[in-house]
Design a protein around this ligand. Sequence first.
Ligand SMILES: NC(=O)c1ccc[n+]([C@@H]2O[C@H](COP(=O)([O-])OP(=O)(O)OC[C@H]3O[C@@H](n4cnc5c(N)ncnc54)[C@H](OP(=O)(O)O)[C@@H]3O)[C@@H](O)[C@H]2O)c1
Length: 339
Amino acid sequence: MIVLIAVATHIAGVGWSSDSVKMLAVEKCTEDRRALQNGTQKLKILLFGGTGQLGFDLYPELAVLGDVIVPGWHGIPRVDLTDARAVEQMIERAEADIVVNAAAYTAVDKAESDQAVAHAVNAVAPGVMARQVNKSGGVLFHYSTDYVFDGAGQLPHLEEEQPRPLNVYGLTKRGGEIAIQKELARHYIFRTSWVYSPHGKNFPKTMIELARERDSLNIVCDQFGVPTHTRLLAGATAHVIRGLSAGPSNWGLYHLTASGETNWHAFAKYVLEVAAAEGLISRVPHLKAISSAQYPQIAKRPQNSRLSNSKFQNVFGLVLPHWTVEAGHFVQTLAMIKK
Ligand SMILES: NC(=O)c1ccc[n+]([C@@H]2O[C@H](COP(=O)([O-])OP(=O)(O)OC[C@H]3O[C@@H](n4cnc5c(N)ncnc54)[C@H](OP(=O)(O)O)[C@@H]3O)[C@@H](O)[C@H]2O)c1
């Protein structure tokens, strides 16, 4: 079978225009697939959401596995995920072996009043990606959230549990999971929780900023979950991609988080104590533990956001470190950047 492969020129400043795209006719035959499986042919990876917290950390992990195409970087135009045709065209043109979707509408409170856009990005676009990846014979990696659960109980949620989202964000993310499962067998959906990284806006960075300005902070102590560093998610994703060449794959849905559990108050306390030890802040302010009822937010949050990562660890043979290990390293990274 003769197919056309679009090859992007990976030089900063060179655009993804028709001029810079060379169309090569190649025979994408069984031999090619075998070479790919044997690791003798370079992977082509398309990464959506490269500017986000997770996408930014995924890039260096993926770049050592093959050629990575990132819409929005190096002159390649950003693809608006509310535009289904643009998503299809990007996947068609990229002819990637692997599509990684780190993009999402993540503004949990704003989603309550911006339902159409949240639905288009979180529920519709992943289904479009899955359908297109099914046509091209590739594999789709996608991320979802603890907010698909209603937060009942006190035990870590298992993959088999029935999701019951409490808010629009959770509902739309669940929609994305269902759409992918319907369209494509060759997928990995990694549900994660309380994501943070040195880039972008997130809870621990906000706590460090507030600690510089205030003597006292009120922090919710009755929502439980697992803070997860993007570095861990990115490294674990790369590990699973490497395993693809080993033979039959364990497609499906997994909970992928750090180990252990905490609540927002204890998370803040740990981060601020390390930040003080590292000289990022002069002292830890008084941290008052409050209930969710004392801190009303637009979107309802689940009280039990714990996700069990046992299935991921057992299937992929990785040891997912305790959240304090990752959070400590995160604060040290911030301190190093500041020096
Ligand atoms: N953050 C958390 O606490 C958390 C918790 C659980 C699960 N997750 C999941 O983890 C994944 C990564 O989250 P994150 O924190 O890295 O997200 P993030 O930092 O908010 O980044 C979101 C990314 O999505 C892109 N995006 C949003 N709307 C878009 C649109 N209409 N068209 C194209 N791109 C669009 C953004 O690009 P632009 O900047 O160009 O818009 C950005 O690159 C997501 O699937 C999220 O649902 C996150």
